[in-house]
Write a protein that binds this ligand. Structure first.
Ligand SMILES: Cc1ncc(COP(=O)(O)O)c(C=O)c1O
Length: 274
């Protein structure tokens, strides 16, 4: 945002134009709120690391971001297939390419029925929630669930019903008041590193006939057999409906996968089959 602000000022200075007031107001407002919330004295604007410093903020949990074997395999794959068909995957039928092979292997690892490869964790979360949420469906999110999950609820024009962080008790009170809907949690919370009490959340959600979505972005690679995440680690793969995994953390790459267990696709849309 600061870059955008500086660039806008520089561009307008060069062109001699004055930026429209509504744009200046909006960018100033965003700068101010970011500054107040994060940057003034916050680690995002902290000291540059010295040689020998221990970096505590990386998402590269497995330290593979600079692994040469992986980089060479990526180069080989690009040389062999390029970027595939430069077209939205919804137009590609019966494909058996590397992406589809990845989806199948990913689903197997996650003990899911199938998986869909997406552009990013953010896209996977907004896209999934937009797809499964009708405007009248209440969505119960842990107050610390990732921003992209809230964005998905907004995109679906549904109502978010937040519950207190890691509190199955407060979730239950919300369900009693608003009726069944979609329960959304992170397996591991990005803001404080807390683990979700997933078994208790699932038990409450099931009692009220809810659909359960778990964002495994920070648990994938770190929890469960072969890093399959918290849901698999706790033996809940056949009780959680949807899981999303951003690949920008332990996998140190870009993209995401959204996987599901008990959902099948039919010509009339999506059918939950428990
Ligand atoms: C819990 C969680 N979900 C989703 C995302 C978004 O992932 P991506 O960076 O792949 O868009 C993040 C990224 O910080 C995250 O922490």
């Amino acid at each position: 945002m600061q870059y955008l602000h500086e660039k806008l000022c520089a561009d307008f200075a060069v062109s001699g134009n004055r930026e429209p007031d509504f744009l200046k107001r909006r960018v100033d407002q965003s700068m101010l709120s970011c500054g107040e919330r994060h940057w003034l004295g916050h680690t995002l604007r902290g000291q540059a690391p010295h040689s020998g410093s221990v970096q505590m903020r990386t998402n590269d949990y497995l330290s593979i971001a600079r692994n040469l074997r992986i980089a060479n395999a990526e180069i080989k794959a690009l040389q062999a297939q390029g970027h595939g068909e430069a077209i939205s995957q919804v137009f590609v039928h019966d494909r058996l390419d590397q992406h589809r092979a990845f989806e199948r292997r990913f689903a197997q690892l996650m003990r899911a029925e199938d998986a869909v490869l997406c552009m990013s964790g953010y896209c996977a979360n907004t896209g999934l929630l937009q797809a499964i949420t009708a405007p009248e469906t209440p969505v119960f999110l842990d107050i610390r669930a990732h921003a992209s999950l809230w964005e998905g609820v907004a995109a679906a024009r549904a109502t978010a019903r937040p519950f207190m962080h890691n509190s199955p008790e407060h979730l239950e009170r919300q369900l009693r008041e608003h009726g069944p809907g979609i329960v959304v949690v992170d397996a591991v919370y990005s803001t404080n590193g807390a683990l979700c009490p997933l078994a208790d959340i699932v038990a409450v959600a099931e009692r009220y006939g809810c659909v359960i979505v778990v964002d495994e972005t920070h648990s994938f690679g770190a929890q469960g057999p072969r890093g399959a995440g918290l849901t698999v680690a706790l033996g809940l793969a056949d009780r959680v409906h949807f899981r999303t995994v951003g690949l920008s953390k332990a996998v140190a790459s870009r993209g995401a996968s959204s996987s599901d267990r008990p959902v099948t696709w039919s010509s009339s849309g999506m059918k939950l089959t428990r």
